[in-house]
Design a protein around this ligand. Structure first.
Ligand SMILES: Nc1ncnc2c1ncn2[C@@H]1O[C@H](COP(=O)(O)OP(=O)(O)OP(=O)(O)O)[C@@H](O)[C@H]1O
Ligand SMILES: [Mg+2]
Length: 351
């Protein structure tokens, strides 16, 4: 049997009309024609009333809910539009509840899909990056085992190459560990006051030899005013400067220049790492902070890069509520800069 609004209203109206007529027939002196008229009136009035209530207030809303549930089952969540209903109808609330629940679930599903895609891509990238140094070291060790070990010259050369590949592997694993620890919040920032100028001097000292090999002028442009005190995590900011200076030297051709300088503001100190290197095309600029992203994969791999340096920089700076800015012109050079809050220290002079 089909329970439509019409059938139900007909049945109800019919029963009401019969009951009313029967009651009236018990009253003395009521004529047959009057009974008939009363029956017809009560039938039509009850039919109209019940039909309107059932059809417009209940059945229509329930159908909407059914349709929505059908879509939910078919996972066509994005196709669901917000339902409009009369303010009088209590079922409209249920409808709205289901709608907001569905949109919430859709958001969660989208997020999970994105994470899943990211996870797959990440595993593919990591395995690819691990494969290269492992494969190289494996090759050298096997060649040695196959007899090259007896030749003293070749032995040292191959062992050195294997060691270099394993060092690269170690660097890569360390970078990955740092990234994941920062992301999971296992590494807490240890904020303290320190002199940014001294930190940069120390980093530059470490890179002097590397810069000399490429005849690159590596300089720190800062006077001795003691205005460079900042409040940040010393170890992590050292890592940031390390990565930025290392990139600047790596991606600057021989005889170029790399300068580290400062811009002292009222509240913040901006540190700038400026190079006269190859630059980064505008189309790549927004992606260079992604993990494993390299502008020229083959060339930066030659330089030993895995594309993790700037991802680490981004995460560390996010932990300091700041971010790295880049300006770059292909063939002219790049400027990487970031701000840190200044803290007044000894030797501080008025601005
Ligand atoms: N100063 C720069 N000049 C030109 N290109 C740069 C510079 N810094 C970064 N890049 C580009 O951005 C990419 C990402 O840099 P990032 O430091 O994250 O990775 P990497 O240097 O390739 O490897 P890693 O730092 O992990 O050893 C580099 O591969 C390079 O193409
Ligand atoms: Mg790098």
């Amino acid at each position: 049997m089909v329970y439509s609004a019409r059938t139900l209203s007909l049945l109800l109206a019919f029963s009401i009309a019969i009951v009313t007529t029967l009651f009236l027939s018990l009253v003395e002196g009521v004529e047959r024609s009057a009974l008939f008229v009363a029956g017809v009136i009560s039938f039509s009035a009850s039919y109209l009333l019940t039909f309107v209530i059932l059809e417009f207030l209940i059945f229509r809303e329930i159908n909407k809910i059914y349709k929505m549930i059908g879509k939910l089952k078919k996972k066509e969540l994005s196709g669901i539009a917000k339902q409009k209903g009369g303010a009088l109808n209590p079922l409209e609330k249920i409808n709205e509840e289901i709608f907001s629940f569905a949109t919430l679930k859709q958001k969660e599903i989208d997020e999970l899909r994105k994470l899943e895609a990211f996870r797959k891509e990440f595993i593919a990238d990591v395995s690819h990056e691990l494969k290269t140094p492992i494969f190289a070291a494996q090759g050298f060790v096997h060649t040695l085992l196959d007899g090259a070990v007896n030749d003293k010259n070749v032995r040292t050369k191959f062992l050195k190459k294997a060691a270099k590949s394993l060092d690269g592997l170690d660097d890569l694993v360390q970078d990955l560990l740092t990234l994941s620890q920062i992301e999971t919040g296992d590494i807490k920032m240890h904020f303290e006051q320190f002199d940014m100028r001294k930190l940069c001097e120390e980093v530059i000292e470490q890179f002097e030899e590397k810069a000399e090999r490429k005849k690159i002028k590596l300089r720190l442009l800062a006077d001795n005013h003691g205005k460079y005190n900042v409040y940040a995590d010393y170890k992590r900011i050292t890592q940031v400067i390390n990565n930025l200076v290392s990139n600047a030297i790596n991606y600057t051709p021989d005889e170029g220049e790399v300068n580290v300088s400062f811009d002292v503001g009222k509240k913040n100190l901006t540190t700038l790492v400026v190079d006269t290197g190859e630059g980064i095309p505008a189309s790549h600029l927004h992606r260079i902070f992604e993990r494993f992203y390299r502008v020229d994969k083959s060339r930066s791999r030659e330089k030993g890069g895995t594309g993790l340096g700037l991802a680490i920089v981004k995460h560390i700076l996010e932990g300091h509520n700041t971010k790295a800015e880049v300006q770059s012109t292909v063939g002219v050079g790049s400027v990487f800069s970031f701000k840190l809050p200044r803290s007044k220290g000894e030797g501080e002079q008025a601005d």
